[in-house]
Design a protein around this ligand. Structure first.
Ligand code: SF4
Length: 324
């Protein structure tokens, strides 16, 4: 694996979380990088670390302020879990030897943190690493299975150099992101080419085995933009788990004709008008949001509601509703 590490030393991107061994900072980056691209994460990571530079600061923050710094990254459960992890670390007086005991730390995060922050040999298997190892060992079965993970862990553990466990983990991730690409792996420049069994057997196009995709569900929503001057009404979302607990413009799974009149009565003003639709994809759902707007004369609002100015940081879907 010396070629892999030499390649990493030459080619590694200078990312903010690679300039530290602080386990908290590495934890934040790993959680943000789940389901989000590196380039998109960088500004969020920098802002988040400026606001919450330590486990203590994150643990004692209000959940609203954590959501505010997460707004736009999506998958808000990650933010809740990250704060729960920070609170557990503070309670324990530091990161415990068994990282898996921390709430919100799964198999992948445990291995990434153990190797990158603590230099312990551990095999972190995210999507990129699974693709690299499936090809390297010409593993033709489904990769998202316990059997596949066990197969890779057993073989890869012995390849990790004792003095560079963290770099090894990051080198594999980097290789998957930039060389061992899903569709057209760049085998000619790959530092693993001499040992890669998929390359030797002409199987790079068929490994990893395709994953059966869940069918996406189409969902229609209606959102209300109730304005008062340059402010807009927000509600804390409750009920269904989608964005639960967050401040968003009111929205519903029912059409405007069902839910709009009740709001018009409570927030009277100009006539509501349909301003357009917004499309947004989340996990397995494609949302189409019909946006309605009016100006109200009411100054107060109700419990779990507030008026927000133009610079409020909101979840992505709520921002799209404001821009429609
Ligand atoms: S040689 Fe090709 S298929 Fe094998 S690990 Fe490298 S890029 Fe991936």
């Amino acid at each position: 694996m010396s070629e892999l590490l030499a390649w990493y030393d030459r080619e590694r991107r200078d990312l903010p979380w690679r300039r530290t061994r602080d386990p908290y900072a590495i934890l934040v980056s790993e959680v943000m990088l789940q389901q989000t691209r590196v380039e998109a994460v960088i500004p969020y990571y920098l802002r988040f670390m400026e606001r919450f530079p330590s486990c203590d600061s994150l643990a004692s923050a209000s959940l609203d302020s954590v959501y505010e710094m997460w707004a736009g990254l999506g998958y808000y459960r990650r933010a809740r879990n990250l704060q729960a992890t920070a609170q557990a670390v503070v309670l324990a007086g530091g990161f415990p030897a068994s990282l898996r005991d921390l709430p919100g730390v799964g198999e992948y995060t445990e291995a990434a943190l153990a190797s990158i922050a603590f230099g312990r040999p551990a095999v972190a298997l995210d999507g990129n690493a699974l693709r690299v190892w499936a090809r390297y060992f010409a593993y033709e079965g489904a990769v998202l299975t316990t059997a596949a993970r066990r197969f890779f862990v057993e073989r890869v553990l012995g390849l990790i150099p004792a003095d560079r466990a963290g770099d090894f983990t990051q080198a594999v991730m980097e290789l998957g992101a930039r060389v061992c690409l899903p569709r057209q792996p760049r085998c000619l420049v790959c530092p693993l080419q001499s040992g890669c069994q998929a390359l030797a057997r002409g199987l790079t196009g068929s490994i990893p085995a395709p994953v059966a995709r869940a069918r996406r569900q189409k969902v229609a929503l209606c959102a209300l933009r109730i304005r008062r001057g340059d402010q807009v009404l927000l509600e804390r979302r409750s009920g269904d788990p989608f964005l639960a607990g967050q401040w968003v413009t009111p929205w519903f799974f029912e059409p405007f004709a069902e839910v709009g009149p009740g709001y018009v009565e409570r927030f009277p003003g100009s006539s509501p008008r349909r301003v357009g639709t917004v499309s947004h994809g989340v996990t397995f759902r494609d949302l189409t949001v019909e946006v309605w707007e009016w100006e109200t004369t009411r100054e107060t609002c109700e419990p779990e509601q507030r008026w927000a100015g133009p610079d409020a940081r909101l979840p992505r879907l709520a921002s799209l509703v404001l821009e429609a």
